[in-house]
Design a protein around this ligand. Structure first.
Ligand code: CUV
Length: 631
């Protein structure tokens, strides 16, 4: 079949900044063109989860129901698909959790006085976390913070018992998990066990594998990710609503542009502090710039957008294009979702791609190791490199597109509590009341990546459809950036909401789509949902709520881990445009149907925005009916 992208610029991803995309075409190969060259179909052998490569008798191509096309060892398609699914969950969990551990280490250094650059910014949250660790949370802050640091690090290597934050889930959910034997012990232990189970010749029952994948995923959602979010909030501040700007138009012609890309906010926070240092500003001025302009990409961007209002230059699919503006002096990258090609694109300009993590180097990039005990010092080194590149900027190559969009971000669960819950009652009760009386039909989360293989604007179209149906939408990750670009993260976008949702939004002055942060911040959604259960009137467990999640353009393995912990927690998740196990009907049916009986929530797949919307609206209506509030 002919590749679908015949014309150069047909895909929605190239259209985001088409003018920039056109300038780089023919110069360096970029992702949309690679899609074009390869044809629009990914590897047919591997797609759908039934390519088995866990041993050297294969790789085996397995076809469901065909005896001769089982693995050499006899593995069925269901086993292989479940095993691959489990491995994706383990990889995703490891990524979020190693990020969490990294922050726990920064936290440890900070509270033990080994770095002076950071401090405790949210004491209330520190005490809350201490409470869940079973500590005497009324102790003086300094002493308590040290104990929290040790406890946080121990959550990763814990061998027995339960992760501390499991206790934050609704009582009924905890009981269900205990009965099913899926309560995670230590984060690392669950990841290791998942990898062990899925090596050749261990767990070979798809049901057992898939159930175990939930235990691993829960270690992400209620463990690694939640620790990352909470410790980052304690250290860098819990987000509050703020105004900011997104899209490539945030780059500045007269400043040293530094993009921060990846996931961990530590480096970006240090860069933000260093960029305000008078000495650094002076150095920038010396080379003819007005100062340093920081802009985010991917989830590092979401982290500093949420807490500091630092603009976002782009989502995952815009990373190469940010460099193709010719206006970026340095792209500083930490971990995850950094395309190797950024180094190649940068080499066509004066731009430095600077890796800073000791876990992630890229061929062709510059490596400046980050000293976690002196973050701001390291940040200054990075900025000096960027400043040194400014005079080398080729004005003929510079093109900053005019596109930018105003957004309101910073909706931590605490903030939502305050805004939608009412200033004096600090509970989700008023939100629940609006759901019960039908003004708000339900809540939907649109999360996860954007993906060069998806040619439509699924995120924004879906968000518009949901809010028009009076569903309050929360977003994280690159889905948030993608929806932000379309203007849905501003209070004015309330005009696109259905009448009754609009009334509620206008009364509190908030946008119809609430930006809750980065991918690890999906843990905020778990807590928000739990608070909705606790506020009463909407059932006793997460699977009772008229709430649903989706990742319409998932790309990273991390998205699979996230989806699986939501399903395991009782929230239905719709994935698209394809599903990782779909070549095994048996394994897929188990996730799509049996999981509903086991966890109270199924996985679902949808192909395009209207399919997503229909499924999500129907599921929310079904929950309302079960609750008896469908009148
Ligand atoms: Ni963690 S995981 S592309 S940056 S959301 Fe963006 Fe978000 Fe997916 Fe990566």
């Amino acid at each position: 079949m002919e590749p679908r992208l015949k014309a150069k610029n047909e895909c929605s991803k190239c259209m985001i900044n088409q003018d920039v995309f056109e300038r780089i075409q023919g110069k360096v190969l970029t992702a949309p063109e690679r899609v074009n060259k390869r044809g629009t179909k990914p590897c047919l052998f591997g797609k759908g989860g039934t390519c088995c490569h866990v041993c050297n008798m294969g790789p085996c191509q397995i076809v469901e129901g065909v005896e001769e096309l089982r693995g050499i060892c006899g593995a069925t398609a269901a086993t292989v698909a479940a095993r691959n699914f489990g491995r994706m969950v383990a990889a995703g969990t490891s990524a979020h959790s190693d990020h969490g551990r990294g922050i726990a280490e920064v936290f440890y250094h900070t509270v033990h006085g080994e770095t002076e650059d950071f401090e405790i910014k949210d004491e209330k949250k520190l005490r809350m976390v201490a409470y869940y660790f079973g500590l005497d949370y009324k102790k003086p802050v300094k002493e308590l913070a040290k104990e929290v640091a040790v406890n946080a690090l121990e959550e990763f290597g814990k061998q027995h018992g339960e992760l501390a934050f499991i206790k934050r889930a609704p009582e009924k959910r905890q009981q269900r998990w205990r009965e099913l034997g899926v309560v995670p012990r230590g984060v690392d232990r669950e990841v290791v066990e998942m990898l062990h189970r899925t090596t050749v010749g261990v767990d070979q029952d798809y049901r057992s594998l898939l159930k175990a994948s939930v235990r691993c995923a829960l270690a992400d959602g209620w463990g690694g990710s939640m620790l990352a979010t909470e410790l980052q909030d304690i250290l860098f501040g819990t987000p509050q609503p703020l105004r900011a700007v997104v899209n490539l138009g945030v780059l500045k012609e007269d400043m040293v542009n530094v993009t921060v890309h990846g996931h961990e906010p530590e480096v970006a926070e240090a860069l933000a502090i260093a960029a305000q240092d008078p000495e650094i500003i002076k150095e920038a001025e010396k080379v003819g710039a007005k100062g340093i302009n920081l802009a985010g990409i991917c989830c590092t961007g979401n982290e500093v957008l949420m807490r500091r209002g630092i603009p976002i230059a782009g989502s995952f699919v815009q990373q190469e294009l940010a460099l193709a503006t010719g206006a970026v002096e340095a792209m500083v990258v930490d971990v995850q979702c950094i395309m190797q090609n950024v180094a190649t694109v940068a080499s066509a300009y004066h731009t430095a791609v600077i890796t800073v993590s000791d876990k992630a180097e890229i061929e062709g990039a510059m490596h400046i190791p980050f000293d976690h005990k002196h973050p701001v010092e390291s940040a200054k080194k990075v900025l000096r490199e960027a400043i040194s590149r400014f005079p080398k900027r080729d004005k003929n190559l510079v093109y900053i597109p005019p596109n930018k969009m105003d957004v309101v971000a910073g909706f931590s669960h605490e903030t939502i509590l305050y805004i939608l819950g009412g200033r004096f009652r600090a509970s989700y009760k008023p939100l629940n009341e609006n759901i019960i009386n039908g003004r708000i039909l339900g809540v939907a989360a649109i999360v996860g990546c954007d993906n060069f293989r998806v040619f439509e604007k699924t995120h924004a179209e879906l968000a518009k459809e949901l809010i028009a149906n009076n569903i309050l939408v929360v977003v994280t990750g690159c889905a948030a950036t993608s929806i932000a670009r379309e203007g849905l993260l501003s209070p004015e976008a309330a005009s696109l909401a259905g009448d009754s949702l609009r009334e509620v939004l206008e009364a509190v002055g908030c946008p119809p789509v609430l930006h809750m942060g980065s991918c690890v911040d999906n843990s905020r959604i778990l807590i928000a949902l739990t608070e909705m259960v606790n506020a009463g009137g909407l059932g006793e467990d997460l699977d009772d709520l008229p709430a649903i999640g989706c990742a319409p353009e998932w790309m990273s393995e991390k998205a699979v881990a996230i989806g699986n912990y939501f399903v395991g927690s009782g929230a239905c998740v719709v994935f698209g445009p394809n599903f990782p196990t779909e070549k095994s009907q048996i394994a897929t049916d188990y996730l799509f149907h049996e999981f509903y009986h086991i966890f109270g929530a199924p996985w679902v797949v949808a192909r395009n925005a209207s399919e997503f919307a229909n499924i999500m609206i129907d599921k929310i209506k079904e929950k309302r009916k079960n609750l008896g509030i469908d009148k």
